[in-house]
Every structure is written in structure tokens, then in C-alpha cells.
Ligand binder design. Structure first.
Ligand code: ADP
Ligand code: MG
Length: 679
């Protein structure tokens, strides 16, 4: 049996189970072995019946006697006694009359269940049980693994096939952490780790196994990121921009003066691209800190030096907004900006492609359509991605292949806690815009329940009278754009006919055609509509400084980072701004979230809290962050191991081609299968 074999090779896998297993991501033997338990139950201690404690889950063994079925109404109750040499207790099962005929009074069984005392009788209700045989038991008499499963798959079944796989394969994956590192960090070998993560021999065995596997995940990730950074530093020289100084001309043309932080970051970029290396820089700046102006400055330097620049945004709405912004800033300099999104007509697209190829397009703005095959640049030298948390590492990889190693600038408003930034962006240099443009007012944030809705409508009307505008963010119904869009439409209708009758209300949702979205957004931006009811499509980047109220319905459904992004739609101009979070949820986590939002407007504080409350898995949103899913490691709980893995990765960075690390290099490629390429 090989790790790459399909699970078909195992006994007990029919079509139905195969489908269910696929649902949880298991298709090969390797997937199965990588499917680590969620938690464990200690069934290693077998109690004597007269020593069984009450009210805790315990394991015992004995013979079943006096098995009887009684019918009470529609229910069948099966009662029996279980005894060993020390005593006797009762056991009860409901609605399993067949047990009477399948249990044998001469066989010994093992049980796991909770003993309770009812009306003076000692009884175990619905214990799990199995016959004692010579064969090793996977579910009793040991520390047993409990897996995350989907309906239709049972724990016993999955334990059984994992055991089959462990017995069937010779190696659980090649050892790829060389022995020097294993020794230095006291790590066990891979085979031992995989065996013991599924079926721990002992507590010690489990801890050793887990530590090794956690280390391994971090180590792979970090080694890969260091390799990317390294490749970038050592390989070809970067394209040199010889007219970068000209950026001053652009800065002077802006209608406002840049903040110190913006100027500092522009200077960092200028240094990068006037030098010898390829720029690979992450710009972190809270919502509203003015990242767009920095991106424009960078684009200006590229174009003035005779090159093309591509700017990618995660949504159509945002691409079009950037396109409009860049065009209006750059037309006077004779710079040609071109839009390239999935929503162009075939003719428009052809024209865009042609102008990109012949170089008449200086700046190309769009969604990931920009990096699709078929787009050929004449002289691409700078790629900027806005709101990077929406782009995967893989897309970053594809970018490198687009031009002659262009400089890369990545912008994100999701302030990432330091530990996480290292994991996510270990391959990038980081700049921080740590200052907001002057005159910004703190956004007054309130959390209220739905009884306040009337007052909120009144509040909106009052501000609209003063010339302001408002966003109302609809609840997310479920993870489906279709239902969310429907909900947004009907809610808009209600508002138009009822409480906001005298206002101009429009609706924006994910199921609209891009053209429609664009015209709705533009109307709102021009102030022709007063209230924009929207699903979260306005979440990122949208910039309408005149809007000063954002109402978020069912606020408990959103994560903190997302609430912060949404709130960032207001407070972008000189008007005092408000964010109203509506929630009727009384859960602890909802209360905590609302509390944090009301108390803090600092994106970094909020993201730290978010990570704490949600745990890294959800925070990452797995693929969304563009990092391979961490199966076992926990960025917060295992931060000490993370540090060690980073240290180890740094030690061997640059030595990936050594004999000792051949397996490691292969493993990194596998780990990033679809994500990081060409290391
Ligand atoms: P974000 O960092 O969230 O992308 P934007 O680049 O959209 O922020 O900028 C937010 C708003 O602030 C925009 O309306 C922009 O024109 C304005 N802005 C940017 N920089 C400055 C500045 N230095 N002074 C005043 N307003 C600025
Ligand atoms: Mg932005």
C-alpha cells in the first residue's frame, strides 16, 4: 500500500462512504493519515465494577446476563445486568430490541458509559460496548481518538480504516526534518508521530507526537516563505526605475497634503525600486489611512520611468472605483489608465488586451482578470494588489511569472497581529501607515437591539436632511449569495415603502450584474441616493466620504475584522460619523464582540481580539488568506513551537539544495501543492 493510493484499496469502502470521505477531504491513504483527531477520550483505565465512580465516563468489562426487552408505549427498553468478579450493575438501551438476540451470555464485553444512581439502582444508560477478542481493540482499553466527521460516517468506522492504513503502509511519509534539527529541538520521528497522533500509546507518546506535527507544519510554512524571500533577494536584479524622483510632481498635484506616514512609505518604495533588488513589500494601513494615494505614487514612478503598472482589487466594485480615481488623477499627466475586469464586453476586453500588449495602457486596473492567461504586457514592472487578504499566496506566485520579475506591492487593511504577519508574510518586507489623515473624527459606535430600529431610522433621516448619506448593511442570511441578495432586496423594499419613504434608497447586492453594481455605486458616490442598503459587497475599500452613518444588522453574524472593515466605510471625510450595530443576540461571544467594537477603533487591537475569540482557523478562513490550512498547529496556543520552527527554518534557509534537505524540499512542494510554486 502506498500513500498516494486511493482509499479504495481499503476494506469497507463502498461508493457511499467514498463520497462521504471525500466530503471531509479524504481521497488517498495520505489524506487519511493526515486526518488528525479532534480530541481524545481516555479509555485506557479499565475499572472493576465495584469501584466504578458515578457520573463520569468510564470503561469496564464483564459478562451480560438476564437480557430482557420490555415495551412501554412505542418504546422498547432493553435491560440487562453486567457483572465481573467484583460486582454487578444494570445497563439499559432504548429502541434496540435486536440486541437481545445479538448478545451472547458466554462472551466477555467491554463497555464505556456513565454510571448513575436512579431510584437506588446503579445503572449505565446506553453504553458503547464491544466483544473482547484477541484482536487489539480500537475503541476500548486505550486512549481513543475522536474525529471530526460528517453525517453517515461513524467513529468506529474511521478508526478502523485509519488502522488499516497504518498497518498497510510501510512508512507514514518520508522523514523530512533532518536529524540535526530533530535533535536540536527534541523532535520524535515522523512514523512515531503519525502512529501516536491517531492511537497514542500513552500521554507522553501523544505529547511527543503532537509537538512534532505542530513543529512540522510551522516549519514547512516558514521554510517555504524564507525560500520565497531568498529567491527574490538572490536571483535576478530588480528593474530599476530611473525617474522615481518625479513622484514629487504627483504629490504636489494632490488636493491634500500627504501624512507623514504616507510620505515615509512612499520613500521606502522609492528606495526599493531605485535600487538593485526586486521590491516585495507589504503595506499595512488601517481602513481610511490613505493607501490608495500611496499606490498611485508608486504607479506614477513606474510609468514615469517608462514601464507599466498593474493594480488588482478583490471586487469589481472596488476595481471600478480605483479606475475612476486613478483616471481622474492621472489624465492630466497624459497617463493612460485601462480597466480590465471579468465584466467587460468581448470588444472592450479585446481593446484592453491590445492596449496592454502594445504598451499604450500605462496602468491596468482590475480584478484577478488582470493575471489571467492571455493578458500580455509590454513592459510590466510593478504589480500592486489591494486588500491582499483576499488574494492567495498562489496568485502572488503567478504574478512573478507575468513580467520580467516585476516589483510587487501588497496593500492590506486587515491589521495582522505580529505573530500572524510573520507566518503569512514571512516573504515580504513590511511598511506600516500608522497615522490617519488629519481631521478625522472618531467613529461613534453603539451596539443596540432591534427595539431601537425606529430611532435609528429617525437618526438617518435627520442626517440626510443635513446632506449626509448612510449605509445599511443587511444581515447575512446564510453562506449563499442568492439568499443574501433576496433578503437585501426585500428589506430595501420595506424601507422604501415604510420608515424611509421620503428618502432615496437603493440596493446593492452580490447577484447584480457588474454594470448595475457600478451604476448604483456611482449614484451613491455622486450623492444622488441617500441610503445604500447593501450586503457585504461594500465591505472592502469603498470610499464615499460624504456618508457618515453605517448601520449593521445582525451584527453578531460578522467577525470583528469584518465589522471593522465595514465601519471603515464611514469616518472618511470631515463629518462626525456613526456606526450602529444592531443585535438581539445575548451570547457571550456576541456581547464581547460588540463591546470591543464600541470601545476600540484601532484595527490592530481589534484583530488581536478577533484572533483570540475566533481562533486562527476561522480567522484565516483557510484558503482565503492564501496559506495552506494548518491541520494541527494553533498559532496562538503553539506560539512557542512557532518560534522554534521559525528559528530552525531561518537556520537552514539557503541550504534547501543540500543533500540533507532533499526530502524537505519535496515536502514543501507537496505542502503547497496548489499554493506556492516555483520555489
Ligand atoms: P484606505 O487606506 O482605506 O484604502 P483610502 O486610500 O481609500 O483609504 O483613503 C481614504 C480617504 O482619505 C479617501 O477619501 C482619500 O482621498 C482620503 N485621503 C487619503 N490621504 C489623505 C490625506 N493625506 N489627507 C486627507 N485625505 C486623505
Ligand atoms: Mg483602500
Amino acid at each position: 500500500m502506498n500513500l498516494t493510493d486511493s482509499i479504495d484499496i481499503l476494506n469497507g469502502i463502498g461508493d457511499k462512504r467514498k463520497k462521504l470521505l471525500k466530503k471531509v477531504g479524504i481521497e488517498t491513504i495520505r489524506d487519511l493519515l493526515d486526518y488528525y483527531p479532534r480530541f481524545y477520550e481516555d479509555r485506557s483505565v479499565i475499572h472493576k465494577i465495584n469501584e466504578l465512580p458515578f457520573d463520569e465516563k468510564v470503561t469496564f468489562r464483564g459478562y451480560i446476563k438476564n437480557i430482557e426487552n420490555t415495551r412501554i408505549g412505542a418504546k422498547v427498553i432493553t435491560k440487562a445486568s453486567v457483572s465481573d468478579e467484583t460486582g454487578k450493575i444494570g445497563v439499559i438501551w432504548y429502541n434496540q430490541p435486536y440486541l437481545k438476540n445479538s448478545i451472547s451470555e458466554t462472551d466477555e464485553y467491554m463497555f464505556t458509559g456513565i454510571l448513575s444512581k436512579k431510584y437506588g439502582r446503579k445503572e449505565v444508560l446506553s453504553p458503547e460496548f464491544e466483544k473482547v477478542t484477541d484482536k487489539e481493540s480500537l475503541s476500548m482499553g486505550r486512549i481513543i481518538p475522536v474525529y471530526h466527521l460528517t453525517e453517515g460516517l461513524g467513529q468506529k468506522f474511521i478508526r478502523g480504516i485509519i488502522k488499516q492504513a497504518l498497518d498497510g503502509v510501510e512508512s507514514r511519509g518520508k522523514e523530512f526534518i533532518n536529524s540535526d534539527i530533530r535533535k536540536a529541538y527534541g523532535l520524535c520521528e515522523r512514523n512515531f508521530a503519525v502512529d501516536n497522533i491517531h492511537f497514542p500509546e500513552s500521554y507522553d507518546g501523544f505529547f511527543m507526537a503532537r509537538r512534532r506535527l505542530v513543529f512540522e507544519e510551522f516549519f514547512l510554512l516558514e521554510t517555504a516563505l524564507f525560500a520565497l524571500k531568498d529567491k527574490n533577494k538572490n536571483s535576478k536584479k530588480g528593474i530599476k526605475f530611473n525617474k522615481a524622483k518625479a513622484v514629487d510632481e504627483f504629490i504636489e498635484s494632490l488636493p491634500y497634503s500627504l501624512t507623514g506616514a504616507q510620505l515615509k512609505v512612499i520613500e521606502e518604495i522609492r528606495k526599493d525600486i531605485s535600487g538593485r533588488k526586486i521590491m516585495n513589500r507589504l503595506i499595512q494601513g488601517d481602513v481610511g489611512s490613505g493607501k490608495t494615494a500611496v499606490a498611485m505614487a508608486a504607479a506614477f514612478m513606474a510609468v514615469k520611468s517608462g514601464y507599466q503598472c498593474a493594480l488588482m482589487a478583490p471586487t469589481d466594485v472596488l476595481s471600478r472605483q480605483h479606475y475612476a480615481g486613478f483616471k481622474s488623477m492621472f489624465e492630466k499627466f497624459g497617463i493612460n489608465t485601462v480597466l480590465l475586469t471579468g465584466s467587460l464586453t468581448a470588444k472592450e476586453r479585446r481593446e484592453a488586451y491590445a492596449s496592454i500588449k502594445d504598451g499604450s495602457a500605462d496602468i491596468v486596473i482590475g480584478t484577478s482578470a488582470v493575471i489571467q492567461a492571455g493578458v500580455e504586457f509590454k513592459a510590466l514592472a510593478l504589480v500592486i494588489t489591494d486588500e491582499q487578504h483576499r488574494f492567495g499566496v498562489n496568485q502572488r506566485g503567478v504574478l512573478f511569472d507575468k513580467g520580467d520579475d516585476p516589483h510587487v506591492l501588497v496593500m492590506t487593511a486587515t491589521p495582522i497581529p505580529r505573530t500572524l504577519a510573520l507566518v503569512l508574510y514571512g516573504d515580504l518586507d513590511v511598511s506600516v501607515i500608522d497615522e490617519l489623515p488629519p481631521g478625522r473624527q472618531k467613529i461613534d459606535t453603539r451596539a443596540v437591539d432591534s427595539r431601537y430600529r425606529e430611532r435609528i431610522y429617525h437618526f438617518i433621516k435627520k442626517h440626510v436632511k443635513d446632506g449626509r448619506q448612510a449605509y445599511i448593511i443587511c444581515p447575512m442570511v446564510e453562506e449563499s449569495e442568492e439568499t443574501d441578495s433576496k433578503a437585501a432586496l426585500s428589506y430595501t423594499q420595506e424601507l422604501k415603502e415604510g420608515p424611509l419613504k421620503e428618502l432615496k434608497v437603493s440596493c446593492l447586492h452580490g447577484r447584480m450584474k457588474p454594470k448595475e453594481k457600478q451604476s448604483i455605486m456611482e449614484e451613491f458616490a455622486r450623492g444622488e441616493t441617500d441610503v445604500l442598503v447593501s450586503t457585504t459587497v461594500v465591505e472592502v475599500g469603498v470610499d464615499v466620504p460624504n456618508a457618515n452613518i453605517i448601520v449593521i444588522e445582525n451584527a453578531e453574524r460578522f467577525g470583528l475584522a469584518q465589522l471593522h472593515q465595514l465601519r471603515g466605510r464611514v469616518g472618511r471625510g470631515k463629518h462626525l460619523s456613526y456606526c450602529v450595530l444592531i443585535t438581539d443576540s445575548k451570547t457571550d461571544i456576541a456581547k464581547k464582540r460588540m463591546d470591543i467594537m464600541v470601545k476600540s477603533t484601532d484595527g490592530f487591537v481589534i484583530s488581536e481580539k478577533d484572533l483570540e475569540l475566533r481562533g486562527p482557523g476561522e480567522f484565516f478562513g483557510t484558503r482565503q488568506a492564501g496559506v495552506p490550512e494548518l491541520k494541527i498547529a494553533n498559532i496562538i496556543g503553539d506560539s512557542d513551537v512557532l518560534k522554534q520552527a521559525q528559528e530552525a527554518a531561518l537556520k537552514i534557509s539557503g541550504e534547501l539544495d543540500k543533500e540533507d534537505n532533499i526530502m524537505l524540499k519535496k515536502e514543501i512542494e507537496r505542502f503547497f501543492r496548489r499554493d506556492i510554486i516555483n520555489i
